[in-house]
Ligand binder design. Structure first.
Ligand code: WTA
Length: 696
């Protein structure tokens, strides 16, 4: 390994000890029906055919006016795709399907309450409701093309209806995850300068009916404090015949949408023909520092990219019943619950609640009842279902033809459980690596073409040309056995256009690191810096090691937290593991390990086993200072483990704000276990430990 002048390993040398897994092949039955199984596609998307190759994506859409220039790089790195083209997203997701699929289910919504009937929206019904909502937004709220609205809603059909209504009239939506606090929503309202907030009175979560309207009031107050006045708050009703919230409506500011829509019954709104590069939506995401960034996504480039990835990676056909168990409030939900599947005329399933409510058989009951044949979820959900209901999938008559995972690296142990138990050995799995910023998948296998390798995202997707650099800008080639910073050398249609209101930060965060010619209009000079560590195997498969700042530097060795966590999961007793860096005078940082156990397992001897496993799989360098067995991990509402909270506890610091967690009560329990019952010994100083990873 390369060493710097003082003989230390350079920062970019992330130690990679993870062995490559054997591959699995998709069944001939799957390949036989797959949308894409012709290997010639790789040649068509070879670099020499870039950017024209992306015509195949654009041709999945219906254009009002066909585009004239595939890629305009004249304002690099502010790329413009399909220049000169015009289209409407709601037309592409709804109207154009009516001829063939008018009476087919577009959205099947499942309440968390098992006694409440599903809501099934056919394409015709969706068309009617989106038109009425578009008329209401335009004529009652005075919204026009280019305005922003903030949508803070739970998982109900009214959410995609509202998004598609915005798209119909060219209004830019900014959906804030329903589980975020009112304050977080208020900050985003201000940043996007929305004068309309769309909310809902309440919704179910873990069996409880939550008051959500109260968050709207907090959001409006927070936005006002920051300098943005919300003129109207539009409140959808969770129930037809009663209110789900005790919070009063504010006269002249708050309006019940369901009542307001009555005046617009049967109204039709002509879809506004938008330029391909017009913004479609903003999606806020947090980096390791600074305020959330409003990632701005385009109309034509984005929609063609999510349609293409949905078709060729998720293998969605109009006849499939597709269920992505994410929340629409995240990019996954935008791209792969709403826009990608609907652009392909799929039936997309939406579930309101918690996957393990009221028991861990719930997802499989839903899948069995609705005949779901494509399933999309996250490693976190997989680990949690494996932890609490390892034998549940076997009890149901479920048969997925393909399944996907997204959001974080998946440990081979969890992958194999997913493959054997949920997929019953029949389903092809794709592990899709991408980000809020990238709009759609970047690295993944194409299930009809490529073998699967547990723990590896796979090769770059069609038209994507990655490169791995070390900190000094030296390329680390495939097969080098070393990891570095993964970048994408070229633009692709799904790439975000800018950070809303902060073009400088956009260039600085994502492009400046490896750009040597700031004025260049040649895309070759602008590698996109993804902020993830990755290692490229000789067979061309990429293993993503997690955020670059998730890396623990132990005595000059950068260890991927995921690597260590994966080692922990090889111990059969372990359900979940989280590794955090602890300040150590001698070694810089040392890992501390938190684990939760599978039900019924006795804790005796387990900590030793975990230490031993880490030593065996990775080496003494990664040996944890301590292995702590905890009842549960602190998690965000989206299910990601809050390593920042655990790191604060381990470093004897105050854990800060935990109000947005799914299970805040577990945090104090862990703190007392680690720090003792007394008060916090010292407050966090900014330089003590870097906040790492994405909190939300
Ligand atoms: C991580 C979610 C490994 C990665 C779509 C990335 C993954 C961040 C994978 C983006 C995967 C996402 N394997 N890591 N298949 N997918 N990540 O913006 O660190 O919420 O940078 O987008 O999640 O998270 P975001």
């Amino acid at each position: 390994m390369a060493k710097d002048d003082e003989g230390r390993l350079s920062e970019a040398e992330i130690a990679v000890h993870w062995k490559e897994e054997a591959v699995y092949r998709p069944s001939t039955k799957f390949v036989g029906q797959a949308n894409l199984s012709d290997p010639a596609v790789r040649e068509r998307f070879a670099e020499k055919n870039f950017p024209e190759c992306y015509r195949e994506f654009a041709d999945l859409l219906t254009w009002d006016k066909y585009w004239t220039q595939t890629l305009d790089t004249s304002k690099a790195p502010f790329w413009k795709w399909f220049v000169g083209g015009r289209l409407n997203v709601s037309y592409n997701c709804i109207d154009r399907h009516l001829g063939q699929y008018r009476n087919k289910a577009a959205i099947v919504w499942v309440s968390e309450d098992e006694n409440e009937p599903d809501q099934v929206l056919t394409f015709q019904e969706l068309y009617v409701r989106v038109n009425e909502m578009a008329a209401y937004l335009r004529d009652f709220c005075g919204l026009k093309t280019g305005d922003r609205v903030t949508i803070h809603m739970p998982m109900v059909p009214e959410l995609p209806i509202t998004m598609l209504a915005c798209a119909r009239i060219g209004v830019i939506h900014s959906v804030v995850f329903g589980g975020f606090s009112g304050e977080a929503c208020g900050t985003r309202i201000h940043d996007s300068q929305s004068r309309i907030l769309i909310s809902m009175d309440g919704y179910y979560r873990s069996g409880k009916l939550l008051d959500h309207k109260v968050n709207a009031d907090i959001a409006v107050k927070k936005a006002a404090e920051e300098g943005t006045k919300v003129e109207k708050v539009l409140v959808w009703k969770r129930f037809r015949d009663k209110s789900a919230s005790p919070t009063p409506m504010v006269e002249g500011r708050d309006f019940i949408v369901n009542d307001g829509l009555k005046a617009f019954r049967g109204k039709r709104v002509e879809p506004v023909s938008m330029p391909a590069e017009a913004p479609l939506f903003l999606m806020y995401t947090s980096g390791s520092t600074g305020k959330p960034k409003g990632c701005q996504h385009s109309t034509g480039g984005y929609l063609s990219y999510v349609a293409g990835t949905s078709k060729w990676v998720q293998d969605i056909h109009p006849t499939d019943v597709y269920w992505c168990m994410a929340d629409i409030g995240w990019i996954t939900g935008h791209s792969y619950i709403v826009y990608g599947p609907l652009a392909l005329a799929a039936t997309t399933v939406m579930y309101e609640g918690v996957p393990t409510f009221p028991d861990p058989g719930r997802p499989w009951r839903i899948a069995e009842r609705l005949g779901v044949n494509i399933f999309h979820t996250s490693p976190t959900a997989i680990r949690s279902l494996r932890k609490v209901g390892p034998d549940e999938p076997a009890k149901y008559n479920i048969h997925f033809k393909c399944m996907t995972t997204v959001g974080e690296p998946i440990e081979p142990e969890a992958w194999k459980w997913y493959y054997d138990n949920v997929g019953k050995g029949e389903a092809a799995i794709t592990d899709t690596w991408w980000q809020t910023e990238t709009g759609g998948f970047l690295c993944t296998t194409i299930p009809g073409l490529d073998p699967m390798k547990p723990g590896s995202a796979g090769p770059p997707f069609l038209g994507i040309y990655p490169i791995i650099y070390d900190e000094k800008g030296q390329e680390i080639p495939p097969g080098a056995g070393r990891a570095g910073n993964i970048c994408i050398r070229n633009p692709w249609p799904g790439i975000f256009q800018t950070i809303w209101g902060d073009a400088d930060r956009f260039v600085k965060n994502y492009y400046a690191k490896y750009n040597h010619k700031p004025g260049s209009t040649d895309w070759h000079d602008w590698p996109y810096f993804a902020g993830d560590g990755a290692v490229w195997a000789p067979d061309g498969y990429l293993r993503i090691l997690g955020r670059v700042d998730d890396v623990i530097n132990v005595a000059g060795h950068r260890l991927g937290t995921k690597e260590i966590e994966s080692a922990c999961l090889t111990v059969p007793e372990i359900a979940e593991a989280a590794v955090v860096p602890v300040v150590d005078a001698e070694r810089g940082r040392v890992p501390e390990v938190y684990v939760s156990l599978k039900p019924g397992v006795k804790p005796e001897g387990v900590a030793e086993k975990v230490s031993k496993a880490i030593e065996t799989v990775i080496g003494k360098i990664a040996r944890p200072r301590v292995v702590r067995i905890v009842p549960d991990m602190p998690k965000t509402r989206s299910g990601k483990i809050m390593r920042r909270v655990l790191a604060s506890i381990s470093n004897q610091m105050d854990y800060g704000d935990i109000t947005t967690l799914a299970n805040p009560e577990v945090v104090e329990q862990i703190r007392v276990q680690v720090q003792g019952a007394g008060p916090v010994t010292h407050k966090a100083g900014p330089s003590d430990i870097k906040e790492f990873g994405k909190d939300v």
